[in-house]
Design a protein around this ligand. Structure first.
Ligand code: SF4
Length: 715
């Protein structure tokens, strides 16, 4: 269809979980796009960060995968789809459904995710559909579910402007959620009472606005928040009414907290902190009703990540500070659509639509999808899933929009596993990634600017990602590719979708299936959108869920949604009460020793995203930090014979990498920091994932990416 040139189209940023709205000026014929922040989007009000504002610089076709390929040769879509369907079917026939797997991404749109999850869990009949969200926020999911009975974020960004204390835990918001940080900075300027506490082993740029930096020892957050709970109890600073009316399990939680972290001195010792720093944080928390605790990967990426999340939530439940204006625990999602993936059940440990693998849930899913092949057990979470590929138990895998050869822990093993795997399919929008280069079948997927569907950000806000440009070459949307494979495998009737809105309507209907507003069995419910028309979907404004009434569609712009949840209880547990979870501090699994004396901490940079497949294309973004580096204190540098600017070899029991030495006092002695982004494509021997230990949290199965014992030497 011919499109008139120079259109203004609203869409959503492709990168982080802030989910900023973008206003794009587009010339489809020239294939040019200019972006600026959408002033009407309630998540960013016109702001964009360096990455978002450089999106137009990453749309060049020269790096794109433009045709399907089978064993390195160009192929038609028909042939590629037949090949994927027949090979998966062959493996299933010979070895059963658990011999195949999908590995998806928080970059997928909700519609893509829905179709992939339905095919694997509903029709192939295996739980083996996991995603890189496992590396990002699965500990928050587990923490939410244990406390609230559902994976629900109780608050919204607007709370930044209403709060008097922001506690940032394990979150370099200045670099990883920059527009949220800009909003917090502005809120602080507007409200002289607003204090910011940054809890982070490193002195990051987020400390620029901190009134207090708490340089907690890596992995000791449970002790810090147990100590806070014990302190609030001892100071009579609890909301006893809220505890009595809306919660269960307080006695066990306070007992565990007091045993673990009875007083400030104990906490200071366990967390390697000065007592007055602990005391100040605790006092501010006690004195400030409007407290918002924001947390992300420093909390989640840990062998005690779920317990850390619950230790934080316990303090908010005990003070009744949840789902209230300016007060609540708030998980900042890493990726643009990690939450959309959670909504459809896109983790191996979820079934579908916020349902589990119980007999009752499975029965609901079977009846809705009209399939008697719905899996009755969880699949393998990411680390185990690739171990099963290495062991030959999984013989065919389809990886979508992600690069596990770089991003997973023990990544050399992942690389080897894929090299030996019988059949590897990778769909991606770029022509080369470390993972794509190992694929037997390469499927060209639509990229940002071509994709059309929805994403959900950290504050439960569903936004449209709209197509700005025609599909590049022979690329296709992910939902379309998966649909064609499903049909070829014989599931034509269950996969009738012709457009993304067909998928969205089914997803919305499913969210309300046997989950009426009166029943309130599941937290995620957008059944009010089940009858959304094509036109309404096209113009759908950014809106927070739940959306349970179809009245919303009459005038969605004036729809009064639920910004905050749980201020008056109403949790999704059988008793409708929240659960305190008794937790105790556990040290990270692998301790440093004489051979591996330093702790490797990892994280993101301001101007790069994931494995740089897109941001690495922008010369402007590459200027910020042009090559892999390792931060180290001057004492540790000296002790290891290193100087500023020298190339260093970092080794662990699992692998090694090279990085340029940056001597800094912004990190603690005994710890080093390496950014996560570089791949062998951009700089050889720089894959951080090869070094990271494959330890996972026992509840969430999220890897411990912030704590690996290593050694360092001059290269
Ligand atoms: Fe994009 Fe996140 Fe930056 Fe917003 S803050 S522009 S969503 S990368």
């Amino acid at each position: 269809k011919e499109v008139t040139d120079l259109q203004t189209i609203k869409t959503t940023c492709a990168y982080c979980g802030v989910g900023c709205g973008i206003q794009a000026t587009v010339s489809p014929s020239q294939r040019t796009v200019e972006v600026k922040g959408d002033p009407e989007h309630p998540s960013n009000f016109g702001r964009l960060c360096s990455k978002g504002s450089a999106l137009a610089e990453t749309l060049d076709l020269s790096s794109r995968l433009l045709e399907p390929q089978i064993y390195g040769r160009p192929a038609s879509w028909d042939d590629a789809i037949s090949m994927v369907a027949s090979k998966f079917q062959q493996v299933i026939d010979e070895h059963g459904p658990d011999a195949v797997a999908f590995y998806g991404s928080g970059q997928l749109l909700t519609e893509d995710y829905y179709v992939a999850n339905k095919l694997m869990k509903g029709f192939i009949g295996s739980g083996n559909m996991d995603t890189n969200s496992r590396l990002c926020m699965s500990s928050s999911v587990s923490g939410h579910k244990r406390a609230f009975g559902s994976d629900t974020v109780p608050n919204c960004y607007e709370d930044y402007e209403h709060t008097d204390l922001i506690v940032l835990v394990g979150s370099n918001t200045a670099w990883c959620h920059p527009v949220s940080f800009q909003r917090i900075r502005q809120a602080k300027e507007n409200n002289p009472n607003l204090k910011v506490v940054v809890i982070d082993p490193r002195k990051t740029d987020s400390c620029d606005i901190a009134d207090l930096h708490v340089p907690v020892k890596v992995g000791s957050d449970v002790a810090l928040f147990n100590g806070l709970l014990a302190y609030l109890y001892q100071e009579n600073a609890l909301d006893q009414d809220y505890i009595d009316q809306h919660t269960e399990g307080f006695d066990q939680a306070i007992q565990a907290a007091q045993l673990d972290a009875f007083n400030v001195a104990t906490v200071a010792e366990k967390c390697r902190l000065a007592p007055h720093v602990v005391e100040t944080f605790y006092r501010w928390f006690k004195e400030t009703n409007k407290t918002l605790t924001l947390y992300s990967q420093g909390v989640n990426q840990s062998s005690s990540g779920s317990d850390k999340v619950n230790a934080i939530i316990n303090c908010h439940l005990a003070t009744g500070r949840i789902g209230k204006e300016g007060a609540g625990p708030f998980s900042l999602t890493g990726q643009p659509n990690a939450m959309g993936g959670r909504e459809v059940g896109g983790l191996a440990t979820q079934l579908a639509a916020h349902m589990e693998f119980s007999e009752q849930d499975r029965d609901i899913v079977q009846r809705f999808w009209q399939s008697d092949n719905v899996t009755d057990k969880p699949g393998l979470p990411a680390v185990d899933l690739f171990d099963a590929v290495a062991d030959g138990k999984i013989k065919a895998i389809w990886i979508m929009a992600t690069n596990p050869v770089v991003s997973l822990p023990n990544a050399d093993k992942v690389k080897q596993a894929l090299q030996q795997c019988e059949f590897v399919v990778v769909s991606d929008c770029v022509a080369h990634t470390d993972t794509l280069d190992l694929a037997h079948v390469k499927l060209p997927a639509a990229g940002w600017s071509e994709k059309d569907g929805t994403v959900t950000n950290s504050e439960r806000r569903i936004s449209r990602q709209r197509a700005l440009l025609p599909l590049a070459g022979n690329a296709k949307p992910d939902w379309w590719i998966i649909t064609q494979v499903a049909r070829k495998m014989g599931f034509e009737n269950a996969f009738p979708y012709e457009t993304p809105v067909d998928v969205f309507r089914e997803h919305a209907r499913f969210s309300g299936f046997e989950n009426s507003p009166e029943q309130r069995l599941r937290s995620f419910n957008i059944s009010g959108l089940a009858e959304i028309t094509d036109e309404q979907y096209q113009s759908f404004p950014p809106t927070q869920w739940p959306i349970v009434s179809s009245d919303a569609l009459q005038d969605i712009n004036n729809f009064e949604n639920t910004k905050r949840l749980f201020a008056e209880g109403g949790f999704f547990t059988p008793t409708r009460k929240a659960k305190f979870v008794a937790v105790e501090h556990r040290a990270p699994k692998n301790a440093p020793d004489a051979n591996w004396p330093l702790i490797l901490n990892t994280g993101r940079l301001r101007d790069q995203w994931h494995t740089m497949t897109r941001t690495g294309l922008s010369a402007r973004l590459n200027q910020h930090k042009p090559e892999p580096f390792v931060e180290i204190t001057s004492a540790d540098a000296q002790a290891n014979g290193l100087e500023q600017g020298q190339l260093a070899l970092i080794e662990s029991q699992w692998g090694k990498m090279l990085a340029r030495v940056t001597v800094t006092d912004r990190i603690a002695q005994g710890e080093i920091f390496v950014p996560m982004h570089w791949t062998d494509q951009f700089s050889s021997h720089s894959r951080m994932g090869g070094v990271v230990n494959p330890v996972v949290d026992p509840v969430s199965f999220q890897p411990e990416s912030k704590h690996t014992p290593v050694r360092i030497s001059a290269f």
